[in-house]
Design a protein around this ligand. Structure first.
Ligand code: MG
Ligand code: ZN
Length: 260
């Protein structure tokens, strides 16, 4: 697929202070890892694999602690947004930035396997955005966040939004050092998603039910979904909103403002 050119590609750099900054590219692809892993459950393929996974997660936890200390020193609150692909993370962040960027220092790290499409959607004046391209890796890890932080101008930033790779499974295992983990599930998905993917919900500080404007059209059972979210994430604050219409957005913005 052809890459979408940046809107300013081929044009001279704008001197206008209102221009949105270019997306910063942080490519963390491993050149030796060009093929996807073979199908199958790696845990069953032997003790060595299990040991390796434990070491990877231990190393990740150390780096996550470093990130957390960095955020504390800088007075930054970092939020890690996780969900299936297509649950509306980027759209939620677009509207959130539209409402808050002029009021609070914000920055964004976006993770995807390839393309800077989401980062391009999030560009706006005064908001540094870095796109982390992971290649074959289906989650962000703490080391990738550290590389993204090194590339981002963070002066005056109070809220850092991290859009994880769309995946409801392994991002739950990778602490990024975030202060809040926000799990999204949309009214275009099954009401039982929270029951099918428990770790992503049981580890969330907040769960956002998105796209509530289409719930009726999708014959989505809101009460059933609410019950399932409560069962899978009894510890979490729950928001119901539409980033398209703005319904339910005030409570979400209040939550973010209170994180200051
Ligand atoms: Mg996205
Ligand atoms: Zn993964």
């Amino acid at each position: 697929m052809k890459a979408t050119p940046s809107p300013s590609a081929g044009q001279p750099a704008s001197a206008s202070p209102a221009a949105a900054p270019e997306v910063i590219m942080v490519d963390v692809r491993d050149p030796s890892d060009t093929l996807p892993p073979p199908p199958g459950d790696p845990v069953k393929s032997g003790r060595r694999t299990v040991d390796l996974q434990v070491r990877i997660l231990d190393e990740n936890d150390r780096r996550a602690a470093d990130n957390r200390a960095f955020f504390r020193e800088r007075g930054i609150r970092a939020l890690n947004f996780v969900s299936s692909p297509g649950s509306g993370k980027t759209t939620l962040l677009q509207r959130t930035l539209g409402a808050l960027a002029s009021e609070l220092g914000t920055a964004v790290l976006v993770g995807d396997l390839e393309t800077a499409n989401d980062a391009e959607r999030l560009r706006r004046p005064g908001v540094p955005v870095a796109q982390i391209t992971t290649g074959g890796t289906c989650h962000l890890d703490a080391a990738m966040i550290a590389r993204g932080l090194a590339a981002l101008p963070l002066d005056g930033v109070r809220l850092l939004f991290i859009e994880n790779v769309g995946n409801l499974v392994c991002p739950a295992s990778f602490d990024l050092g975030e202060n809040r983990r926000i799990t999204l599930v949309s009214c275009t998905e099954g009401e039982d998603k929270p029951l099918k993917y428990p770790p992503m919900f049981s580890s969330a500080h907040a769960v956002i039910l998105t796209k509530i404007d289409v719930a009726a059209a999708m014959e989505f059972d809101l009460d059933l979904a609410r019950n399932n979210i409560r069962r899978a994430a009894p510890q979490a604050e729950v928001f119901e909103l539409s980033a398209r219409t703005g319904e339910g957005f005030d409570a979400w913005l209040s939550y973010l403002r209170a994180l200051r």
